[in-house]
Design a protein around this ligand. Structure first.
Ligand code: G3P
Length: 217
């Protein structure tokens, strides 16, 4: 299972990279805005900085909602750095653009996926990654993990190679449940990765080991 961090914050990306378990980064326009990265030039530079900071795929999202615009933006993003994956919204022109990019060998991440049907379309269009948003489904009393399971079943039935990138992961139980149902990748905040470390018996056990060691020395 790959671990991506879902942020445009360079400090957090570097912290996750230093831990040695990071496989990539996902960003979106909201996350870029949160870091105060505005304007095309600054955004492109920020993507380059992210690519420098991490070994692995970096999803960069297009802003256009029409096919021509997505193609223009996506080609520029893909040309920026080999680690860039073009992130496209799950709308009609996004599906068309996904098919276009896959025929050109440009990697894609189809985002804002909330149903198995949308995930099936993304796979048919040759998406490298599909991003079902499980936290946002949980927010509206719909089981997000259930969607990941459905997509896993459908992709396995037909041998689709599109990787299931569980997105909108908010906490450690999302990560664990994604692992149980076979998501290929999860993307979440740094806290969802670092939270996996925590167990009180680890802390108390280590304290005891160190205390006993000190007694014998
Ligand atoms: O990867 C998608 C993600 O950025 C959305 O997360 O927490 O805003 O639903 P959230």
């Amino acid at each position: 299972m790959k671990f991506f961090i879902d942020t445009a914050n360079l400090e957090q990306i570097k912290e996750a990279q230093d831990l040695g378990v990071l496989d990539g980064v996902t960003t979106n326009p909201s996350l870029m805005a949160k870091e105060g990265i505005t304007g095309e030039k600054n955004q492109l530079q920020h993507y380059l900085d992210i690519c420098e900071a991490v070994d692995g795929d970096v999803s960069a999202e297009v802003i256009s909602t029409d096919f021509e615009g997505m193609v223009k933006e996506g080609e520029a993003l893909a040309a920026l750095h080999p680690q860039i994956v073009v992130k496209l919204p799950m709308i009609k022109d996004g599906v068309k653009a996904c098919k276009y990019f896959s025929s050109k060998g440009i990697r894609t991440n189809v985002t804002l996926v909330f149903s198995a049907g949308q995930a099936l379309l993304a796979a048919k269009a040759g998406a490298t990654y599909v991003s079902p948003f499980l936290g946002r489904l949980d927010d509206i009393s719909t089981d997000g993990i259930n969607l990941i399971e459905e997509i896993r079943l459908i992709y396995d039935n037909y041998g689709f190679e599109t990787e299931i990138l569980a997105a909108s992961v908010r906490h450690t139980m999302h990560v664990i449940n994604c692992a149980k149902v076979g998501a290929d990748v999860m993307t979440g905040p740094l806290s969802s990765i670092e939270g996996l470390l925590k167990h009180p018996l680890t802390d108390s056990g280590l304290a005891k080991f160190l205390e006993d060691y000190a007694k014998g020395n």
